[in-house]
Design a protein around this ligand. Sequence first.
Ligand code: ZN
Length: 284
Amino acid sequence: MKWIGNQTLPIYASQITLCLLILLVIIPQTSRGEAQIPDCSRAQSRVARGLLQKDLYPVFKAGGWEFPQSCPLKPSRDMYSHQEERKWCDNINKWYCNYCGKAFTSENTLDAHFANRHSRTIVSGEDAVCLADHCDYLRCDIISGAKTGSYWDKTLCKQTALDRLKQRCETVIKSCLPEGLTGMHKHELRDKLKKALCSSLTCELFWEAPSKESTPHGTAAYAIVTCILIVGLLLYYLVAYTHFYTDSSLLNSEDTGVFNTKESEPHFTRDPYGNEIRNRYQQR
Ligand SMILES: [Zn+2]
């Protein structure tokens, strides 16, 4: 029995070691499969996507063209494209996940939910593109306002570095030109896209932020606030004028009887002005 006991110990030890090895191999693979979080900034991708939705996609839509698969800016290659389609925004503080119906107070928290709960819906494979990787020539940080050019940034700007970005930008545009488009139409479209996406890659324009368009809501709010301020100022001057420059005062209506609204009492409890003046002369 003693001999057998001595033999079983190494067997158990090897079995435990084998189990530990299996766990070490299986657990990371499982966790990777369930919550694969790619190293691609959602915030920067969103800025790049917004820029493309404004300057690139409408051009293709208007011309009735399709993006070739070689184009890295093709919407369906955007790794977050499926999740973006499942965002439902009621207002700026109310966002919904259209996979499971949960509500969130901001787009960032919804993005975190997508990353944690719906990571399988991220586009993957060789064709998947992280739009944030195109932020260097799209100037995402400057457009989003995350970065503003300092005096030294502008002074020490190197055009050669920007030329490299411009070359990359133009290469991407070349890969995005629709198949079948030839001649003048192709050149026109290429020039149009270069102007929209690559023309700011010069030392003069690189740090220039786009002017913010005023929204109808912002204009209406501005008009309402202005009206309230004007009415407030007028009321203030009216009260101040009646208080300091007239015998009656809006601040002390009980004495003056100006705004006496009680039905049981007369509207004016004070002597008429004529009697008041007369009384003053009599007192002298
Ligand atoms: Zn969800």
